[in-house]
Design a protein around this ligand. Structure first.
Ligand code: S3P
Length: 169
């Protein structure tokens, strides 16, 4: 069930479908949709990749915290597609657990993720062998997604519309 007062935040690995599902969910709920990567790019005028390459991952993560906190502070309930690494910072996890949002973990197996991340211009962490890197990142992050999730939706073998229905249920 979606609480009309609270934001919905989608978390999960790169390739889980957060951006696509976020857009569809925003349409269904008639809510604004925020995407943390898009917010960072709009604020800095640079791409995610440029920030990683020029300033390093730590600088990117600091920007990520700022946009997450700002999106959660919006008074109008929205849908927030949070990038895969948002759960790494304890400050972000605390904000996600604060009650301002229902946090939904879009959970996918590695084969599903690897098949979807082919177009990875904004995913510098996947330069190399994406399947191997995804497996390592998933092992590190799954406990963190679990820690913040109010609901877990499995996306494997489901269409986008089916995932949306599952999130709304
Ligand atoms: C990242 C996920 C990407 C992007 C960056 C780092 C991660 O966003 O923020 O490449 O650490 O998982 P998506 O999850 O939207 O692909």
């Amino acid at each position: 069930m979606i609480d009309p007062q609270r934001h919905v935040v989608l978390v999960g690995m790169m390739g889980a479908g957060k951006t696509t599902i976020g857009r569809l969910l925003g349409r269904r709920l008639d809510r604004a949709v925020y995407d943390s990567d898009v917010m960072i790019e709009a604020r800095t005028g640079r791409t995610v990749r440029e920030i990683f390459v020029e300033d390093g991952e730590a600088a990117f993560r600091a920007l990520e915290t700022n946009v997450l906190i700002d999106a959660l502070a919006e008074s109008e309930p929205s849908v927030i597609a949070a990038a895969g690494g948002v759960v790494l910072a304890e400050a972000n996890r605390a904000a996600l657990r604060s009650g301002a949002a229902k946090v939904v973990w879009l959970n996918a197996d590695i084969d599903t993720l690897a098949a979807r991340v082919a177009s990875g211009a904004h995913r510098p962490l996947l330069d190399g062998d994406p399947a191997v890197i995804l497996r390592r990142l998933a092992a590190e992050r799954e406990p963190l997604y679990r820690e913040v999730a109010d609901a877990i939706v499995t996306v494997d073998g489901r269409s986008a519309d089916e995932v949306v229905e599952a999130v709304l249920r």
